[in-house]
Design a protein. Structure first.
Length: 431
C-alpha cells in the first residue's frame, strides 16, 4: 500500500511502452492536453488571483463568508469528479466528458460580471467548479492511459508544468488589466471568459477523439491517438467502479489524500495571510500566485521524474513537509523582504511534489478500463477534505484570528503527515 510500486497493471500499458521505445518523450496527447490546460489556467487564474481581494475588500465579505465561498469553489468539483470519472469510463469517451467540463467553466466566466450577492456568486462558482469536476478525471485518464507505467510521474510533471505556465500568465494578465482598466475587476472577468472559450476550441480541434482498434491501426497513428477508449470491452457499470474501493492500496491512498487535505489551507487564504504578514499592497496581491506558479513550473518535471526513480511516496510526503515549513514561516518568521519569496517558493515546491505525483501513483493500482473512476475517487476524497478545511479555517479565522487558525492547521498537518507516512509505507520499506 504505497506509491512506489512500478508493476504495470495492464498489458496495454506495457505494449504502449514497447511501441514508444526508450527515451524521455511524452505522448503527443499529453502535450495537446497540456496546451488546453495552459490556456484554461490563464482564464481561471485571472479570476482566482483577484477573487479573494474582490470578495473581502470590494464586496466586504467576512473571512467566514469568503471561506464558505472558497469551500464551494474547491469542494463542488469533488462531488462531480465521481460522476465525470464514471461517465467517461462508461461511454469510453474521455474527450467528450472533458469537453463538457471545459465548456461549462467557460460559460460561467461572463456570469461573474452580473452577480454580486453571496447566493448568486456561490451558484456561479459552484457551476464553474462543476465544470472542473467533470473534466479533471477524464483528462488525467487520457494522460495516464497514453503513458507507460514507469514514466507516469514524468508525463504528469510535463502536463502540470504546462498547466502551471498558464497559472503564471493568468495573475500577470490580471495585474496589468487592473492597472490599465477603469473597471478593473469587470475587465478581468470579461477577458477571462474570452480566453476560456479559446481553450475549449483547442480541445475540440486538436485533442484526438476515439481511437481505432489497435489491431487495425499502425503503430505511429496509435501512438498519436487518444488512449481513452478500450476496444472490445462492455460498458463500465457503477458496481464495477465502486468495487475499486475494495483495493487496499487505493483505499489507503484515498484516505491519506483526504487526511492531508483536511489540514491543507486554501491557496487564497495563504495569499491573504502572506499579504497581511508581509505588508504587501493591494495592487501587488494578484502577483502572489505567480510566485507559487513559477516554482511549480520549474520543479514539476524534475520532481515527477524523481518520483519515478526513488518512489512516489517519498516525494509526496516531502512536498507536505515543505508546506508545513511555509506555515511555520508565516507564523513565526520576522516580516523581512525575503519572507514572501520563501513562503511562495515552499508553496510551489509543495504543489510540484504532490499535484502530479498523486495521480501518477494510481497507474500501478487501477486497471485501465476504470482509470478515470479511480482518479475520481482519490481526487474526490482530497477535494472534499479541502472543502471542509476551507470552511473550518474561515470560521476559526473569524472567531480566533488568523494566527491561531494557521497554528491549528500546522499542528494538524504535522500529525497527518506522520500518519500518512506510516500508512503508505509497506513492511520492509526503508526509503
Amino acid at each position: 500500500m504505497y506509491l512506489t510500486d512500478r508493476s504495470a497493471p495492464a498489458q496495454a500499458d506495457t505494449e504502449q511502452g514497447r511501441r514508444r521505445g526508450p527515451g524521455h518523450r511524452v505522448a503527443p496527447v499529453v502535450l495537446v492536453l497540456g496546451s488546453v490546460s495552459l490556456i484554461t489556467d490563464i482564464s481561471s487564474e485571472m479570476v482566482t488571483a483577484v477573487l479573494p481581494l474582490y470578495l473581502v475588500s470590494t464586496l466586504g465579505f467576512t473571512p467566514l463568508v469568503f471561506g464558505t465561498l472558497d469551500g464551494v469553489y474547491n469542494g463542488v468539483s469533488a462531488l462531480v469528479q465521481l460522476t465525470g470519472g464514471h461517465l467517461a469510463d462508461r461511454v469510453r469517451n474521455h474527450k467528450l466528458m472533458a469537453g463538457l467540463g471545459y465548456g461549462l467553466s467557460a460559460l460561467c466566466k461572463p456570469l461573474l460580471l452580473l452577480v454580486s450577492s453571496v447566493g448568486a456568486l456561490g451558484t456561479v462558482l459552484a457551476l464553474d467548479r462543476t465544470g472542473k469536476g467533470l473534466r479533471t478525471a477524464p483528462r488525467d485518464a487520457m494522460i495516464s492511459l497514453s503513458t507507460p507505467s514507469e514514466k507516469q510521474g514524468r508525463a504528469f510533471g510535463v502536463h502540470r508544468a504546462m498547466d502551471t505556465t498558464g497559472a503564471m500568465l493568468g495573475p500577470l494578465a490580471a495585474f496589468f488589466i487592473l492597472r490599465a482598466a477603469t473597471d478593473g475587476y469587470d475587465a478581468v472577468f470579461g477577458v477571462s471568459a474570452c480566453v476560456a472559450v479559446l481553450g475549449v476550441l483547442v480541445l475540440v480541434l486538436f485533442v484526438p477523439g476515439r481511437r481505432r482498434d489497435a489491431r487495425s491501426a499502425d503503430a505511429d497513428a496509435d501512438a498519436d491517438a487518444d488512449a481513452d477508449t478500450v476496444a472490445g470491452k462492455p460498458p463500465v457499470n457503477v458496481r464495477e467502479a465502486l468495487a475499486l474501493l475494495r483495493l487496499p492500496r487505493l483505499r489507503a491512498l484515498a484516505g491519506c489524500a483526504a487526511l492531508l487535505g483536511l489540514t491543507t489551507v486554501s491557496d487564497a487564504f495563504v495569499y491573504l495571510l502572506l499579504q497581511r504578514r508581509a505588508g504587501i499592497g493591494d495592487e501587488w496581491f494578484p502577483l502572489l500566485p505567480l510566485g507559487t506558479a513559477a516554482v511549480f513550473l520549474l520543479l514539476a518535471v524534475p520532481l515527477g521524474a524523481l518520483a519515478d526513480r526513488i518512489g512516489r511516496r517519498t516525494v509526496f510526503l516531502a512536498g507536505h513537509v515543505s508546506l508545513l515549513t511555509g506555515y511555520a514561516l508565516l507564523l513565526w518568521a520576522p516580516a523581512t523582504p525575503a519572507l514572501p519569496f520563501l513562503v511562495l517558493a515552499l508553496h510551489g515546491l509543495f504543489y510540484a511534489a504532490t499535484d502530479g505525483v498523486l495521480p501518477a501513483a494510481l497507474a500501478d493500482i487501477v486497471p485501465e478500463q476504470l482509470r478515470a473512476s479511480g482518479l475520481a475517487i482519490v481526487g474526490t476524497s482530497q477535494a472534499l477534505a479541502r472543502f471542509c478545511c476551507s470552511l473550518a479555517f474561515g470560521a476559526a479565522w473569524t472567531v480566533w484570528g488568523d494566527g491561531p487558525a494557521l497554528a491549528g492547521s500546522a499542528i494538524g498537518l504535522l500529525c497527518c503527515a506522520v500518519v500518512a507516512g506510516v500508512v503508505l509505507r509497506p513492511a520492509g520499506e526503508t526509503r
